[in-house]
Design a protein around this ligand. Sequence first.
Ligand SMILES: NC(=O)c1ccc[n+]([C@@H]2O[C@H](COP(=O)([O-])OP(=O)(O)OC[C@H]3O[C@@H](n4cnc5c(N)ncnc54)[C@H](O)[C@@H]3O)[C@@H](O)[C@H]2O)c1
Length: 247
Amino acid sequence: MSSLNNKKALVTGASRGLGRAIAVRLAKAGADVACISRSVESVAQTVEEINALGRKAKGYAVDVADGAAVEAAVGEIATEFGAIDILVNNAGVTRDGLLMRMSAEDWDAVINTNLKGAFHWTKPVSRLMAKQRAGKIVNIASVIGLIGNAGQANYAASKAGLIGFSKSVAKEFASRGITCNVVCPGFIDTDMTKVLSEEIKKKLLERIPLQRFGQPEDVAGVVEFLCGQAADYVTGQVVTVDGGMVI
Ligand SMILES: NC(=O)c1ccc[n+]([C@@H]2O[C@H](COP(=O)([O-])OP(=O)(O)OC[C@H]3O[C@@H](n4cnc5c(N)ncnc54)[C@H](O)[C@@H]3O)[C@@H](O)[C@H]2O)c1
């Protein structure tokens, strides 16, 4: 029997990159997955891939920054899947720029998606998990939330905020059997990082002891572990998956 057999998972930002790899990985471990993205079309391939594994999946178009839309979606998903056992807050964006030139819009867009988005999902889902007296929440932050980065003040603030948020959720819900952990990826090969110049990539690579960029699967495996029984006694932790970049 797979470790997540028949668990009901919800993954945000599941259309591509890390979210897609996480959704498929959880399905391979036996979970059914509600796949969230900004449009149903964008998440169709992930849903197909999971269905091909013999697991249930359904796509939902929800902007994670829209609290009312999230609340409605949680009700719909709980009815459709019968429960939500696992929540992975993965959806995230960047709007990079030096602070002196950073607009309030770029600040808000990143905070509202990366940080407030996690609040929007965690609040109604934790209510359901508390009733079940079980649940696993994994939030995808970033090493940038640990060490900061010039040109990413908004992104670093959102990810550092997510870490503080997760530790608080871990403490608040521990007595209800809910764990909440954070994964901090380093440089992972996805659409988000494809935009970086070759020069920046070369410099980054020099700082990675394992001498390669990460693949989405590298992150998905750690998320699967944190969602499974093997991690029942692990909560409030920040797991860095970065090839040793921030040792
Ligand atoms: N790629 C990396 O190197 C890296 C490193 C550290 C952290 N991360 C984090 O991992 C997560 C996934 O990153 P990725 O590289 O796969 O990015 P990506 O850009 O390839 O995918 C992001 C996903 O989030 C979704 N999304 C964005 N805004 C949304 C919104 N408002 N509502 C609903 N869905 C929304 C997109 O549709 C997409 O599915 C992000 O939180 C990112 O900050 C990535």
